[in-house]
Ligand binder design. Structure first.
Ligand code: ANZ
Ligand code: ZN
Length: 825
């Protein structure tokens, strides 16, 4: 019989759907297991890279289900966002129409792959019943003082015509379209994620099931620095210039101060004589890209303000500069510069001919400023630092901070690189920010009962830089919920990362109307036991989700503080040596592969390509190989299923060596495959294990005449094998399972357990050495005693001739391996 994948896959997909087998019970007596794969942007069709993500999740879900867990495995769409809007503008259709069409296509694609999603829980973030609750989350943050509006210089993509979060700017370019970012001053909404910096950092430690590299990325993104804030008097005034430094031990080496160009102090401190020079610098710097300007190795530029600061440690007067490498948004927006020990200060000092003073020197020699070719940034011994001379700099650092505090010159300070989350977008296809502006009452949040603030459909997409919502007068003009007077609606929409920061909670109660979710249900299902997705979301999405979870925890809506217990980041699939992309024309579509080879073969191949966390190259020949294996499985299984139908797996008698070997292999492979799935997602080696087992089976079938086949053993083997392969190739498995006469689905079967008895080896090979030289080997019973082994060895022809006429000095047995005979001739 041929393996007819088209017909078989269709048949089972229909049965699964008709019987709703993937439906999850909301609660039952079983232990719960929540497996989640990152949901896609429905911006077109999915390619095999997505498929890999879903197949990994599906293997875990099906495996856990057969292990007896109550498994939740949901799917949805991150459906708001720029791709939909841009595509819609290009095609002149409503983004919603375009999005829902894509959703239809993707759903059909996924169903053809046989992923075991509970489709009753499907969500799309762009539907009213979803974004209503995204707006609700905004209101909760607003009530808590965690959503606020401020004027700020923001990253502006002139091509996408929208503001971008710092996180969406890569090397000064828009993450999406690659256009150079400009700075623009706008009033924007922010979420105060910085209130949670310390917790977001510390709780990383609890996430034992996360890859180390992802935790490091999060840690660096939060960027905690411990140091001091030091107050410098501004000479001739009673004003102070505060700086943040991680190196208070270098205070005696300060030779100039520097302000960020954006600092309001620049205007205040610039003397009339220096005005021209400073202004011409500011003109230059305004044209510079902010990200390039502060990058390591960038050319240092600046100007002297004409003012001086006084160093609190020694009363020295130090010139105050404005410099291009100082960030306004970090620390205090001003620094104390120590050119001898900070590379950027060193470069600036060289450029502007400023003094360099060494205050830390290596143990063995004394560093001279004139010998420095770059800053000395290592630890060492304090010099030129008054009473701290001779101390190790790290020890001095602590003492200096104490001394600063005692004298009111400064205090210990902790800074984070993490900035507040800018959530305003001047775009249409997102959740409207639920706020109105009233002339009398000011900013007024929309009351919960009036949610959702619906996205109007009648808007114009004009590249003005303003939100398209601003073009709909009916939308903008409203009444104030507080005083009933005339008010205007906020026209910005929320960053789509807000939508995806809580979607894993909505899956629990996807249709709930009066609440975003039920706390008891969520507390049962969460945290997610296994989250699976691409490493490209290692920073933003995960950080934002962790933040929102913590806020909801603090508000009493959930009882956990981390949303994802275990995280798996899968590798990408390359084609022709490159990342798949439409523009390169190297996208492998799953539909075509399914048509030709079947979903099961595609699934198996995706996981056989290599360890799933590694990138892998698509290879048609590899797929062909897997297709041949599938046929082999089909042929050998169909051969034995009929034959062993009336076998009894509870009464297996093994008489021959071949039977024992085959059953040992089966249980070895149950053990191995279970282990490979359980630990580190080693699906590729699990599949190799299945191949090995099939080869062993065929060897048995070919070497033993059919009338001597062990029915009971073959029944056990075929049942167990079909269960083992079912998470990987579920359609094939269901078909074979049905052939065996089972009425229920294989998905509802129990994962096989290892019979340790079967693993036992009953014969072993012993190598025999005479005076350390290998002379022969023999097979003995595993239970043979030492005397029996000796006796048998002495009877071997090759050994006899050495021992017969010699004096036996010693016989040493290394159990299970080796017999060493020492003789004297
Ligand atoms: C004096 C000093 C001496 C510094 C020395 C370093 C080495 P991280 O680790 O990134 O927190 N700095 C402070 N605020 C800054 C700003 N707004 N823009 C640019 N640079 C700024 O770095 C902290 C160090 O970066 C601070 O410590 C300060 O330079 C500089 F041998 O102070 B340091
Ligand atoms: Zn009002």
């Amino acid at each position: 019989m041929e393996f007819d994948h088209i017909q078989i896959e269709k048949k089972w997909q229909k049965k699964w759907s008709d019987k709703n087998v993937f439906k999850t019970e909301q609660r039952n007596e079983k232990e719960k297991y929540y497996v989640l794969t990152m949901f896609p942007y429905p911006s077109g069709t999915i390619h095999v890279g997505h498929v890999k993500n879903y197949v990994i999740g599906d293997v875990v879900a099906r495996y856990k289900k057969m292990q007896g867990y109550n498994v939740l495995h949901p799917f949805g769409y991150d459906a708001f966002g720029l791709p939909a809007e841009n595509a819609a503008i290009k095609r002149n259709v409503n983004p919603g129409e375009w999005t829902f069409k894509n959703i239809e296509t993707i759903r059909e694609q996924i169903k053809k792959i046989g992923i075991s999603y509970d489709w009753d829980r499907e969500i799309a973030t762009c539907t009213e019943d979803y974004y209503k609750w995204t707006q609700w989350i905004f209101l909760k943050l607003y009530e808590k003082g965690l959503a606020y509006k401020k004027h700020a210089a923001v990253n502006w993509c002139p091509s996408c015509k929208t503001v971008l979060a710092n996180e969406q700017v890569v090397n000064g370019k828009c993450e999406r379209c690659g256009t150079d970012i400009e700075m623009k001053k706008l009033e924007q909404w922010y979420f105060k994620i910085t209130d949670y910096s310390e917790r977001l950092l510390n709780d990383l430690e609890k996430l034992e099931g996360w890859p180390e590299n992802v935790k490091v990325m999060q840690k660096n993104w939060i960027g905690k620095s411990v140091g001091a804030e030091v107050n410098f008097k501004i000479d001739g005034t009673d004003k102070e210039l505060k700086v943040f430094t991680t190196r208070p031990d270098t205070l005696w080496g300060v030779t100039f101060m520097a302000l960020a160009p954006e600092s309001p102090l620049v205007e205040e401190l610039t003397t009339p004589e220096q005005k021209e020079e400073v202004e011409s610098f500011l003109n230059r710097v305004n044209k510079e890209d902010k990200f390039k300007r502060i990058a390591q190795g960038a050319k240092k530029d600046g100007a002297f303000t004409g003012s001086y600061a006084v160093n609190p440690v020694n009363g020295e007067k130090i010139p105050i500069y404005v410099a291009n490498y100082i960030l306004f948004e970090y620390g205090t927006g001003a620094i104390m510069a120590v050119p001898a020990h900070d590379q950027r200060d060193f470069e600036f000092a060289k450029e502007f001919n400023l003094p360099i003073r060494v205050v830390i020197t290596p143990k063995d020699k004394e560093l001279k400023a004139e010998d420095l070719e770059e800053a000395f940034t290592e630890d060492g011994i304090m010099i030129n630092s008054d009473k701290f001379n001779g101390m190790k700099n790290r020890e001095a650092l602590t003492k200096i901070v104490e001394w600063l505090e005692e004298n009111g010159y400064g205090k210990k300070s902790i800074q984070y690189k993490l900035r507040d989350w800018l959530i305003s977008r001047q775009r249409y296809w997102g959740a409207p920010i639920p706020v109105v502006y009233c002339e009398k009452c000011g900013t007024v949040p929309v009351p919960e009962k009036d949610l959702p603030v619906k996205l109007p459909t009648d808007v114009k997409f004009e590249p003005t830089g303003k939100s398209p919502l601003a073009t709909n007068e009916d939308f903008i003009n409203t009444t104030c919920p507080k005083c009933g007077g005339p008010a205007r609606r906020e026209v910005d929409t929320m960053d789509t990362f807000v939508d995806s920061s809580w979607y894993y909670l909505r899956y629990i109660n996807p249709k709930m109307e009066d609440k975003p979710f039920d706390s008891d249900d969520v507390n049962y299902w969460l945290p997610v036991d296994q989250y699976i997705g691409g490493v490209e979301h290692a920073i933003l999405h995960l950080l934002y989700s962790r933040f929102i979870t913590k806020v909801l925890h603090d508000l009493g809506y959930v009882n956990f503080e981390e949303p994802f217990s275990n995280l798996f980041t899968q590798g990408m699939i390359y084609k022709d040596g490159a990342k798949m992309s439409k523009s390169k024309g190297n996208v492998v579509s799953p539909d075509e592969m399914i048509e030709k080879y079947g979903a099961d073969t595609l699934r198996l191949y995706m996981l056989f390509m290599g360890p799933p966390e590694k990138d892998a190259e698509w290879n048609d020949a590899g797929l062909e190989g897997v297709a041949r294996f599938m046929n082999k499985v089909w042929n050998s299984m169909t051969k034995i299923i009929e034959f062993s139908k009336d076998g009894n797996i509870n009464n297996i008698n093994l008489t021959t060596k071949e039977e024992k070997n085959l059953r040992r292999k089966l249980h070895q492979m149950i053990k191995k495959i279970t282990n490979d799935i359980e630990k580190n997602f080693q699906f590729n080696t699990a599949i190799s294990g299945m191949m090995e087992l099939i080869n062993e089976l065929n060897a048995y079938l070919n070497s033993v005449p059919q009338e001597k086949w062990n029915k009971d053993l073959l029944k056990e083997l075929s049942e167990d094998f079909v269960i083992l392969i079912s998470p990987f190739a579920p359609h094939l498995a269901e078909e074979l399972w049905e052939m065996m006469g089972h009425e229920d689905f294989v998905l509802n079967a129990q994962w096989p357990t290892v019979d340790e008895e079967a693993l036992k080896v009953d014969e072993i090979e012993i190598v025999i050495q005479i005076n350390g030289k290998v002379r022969d080997k023999m097979i003995v019973d595993a239970s043979a005693s030492e005397d029996e082994i000796k006796e048998k060895a002495f009877e071997l022809d090759k050994i006899k001739k050495y021992v017969e006429n010699a004096e036996i000095k010693k016989v040493i047995l290394v159990k299970g391996k080796l017999l060493n005979i020492v003789v004297k001739n």
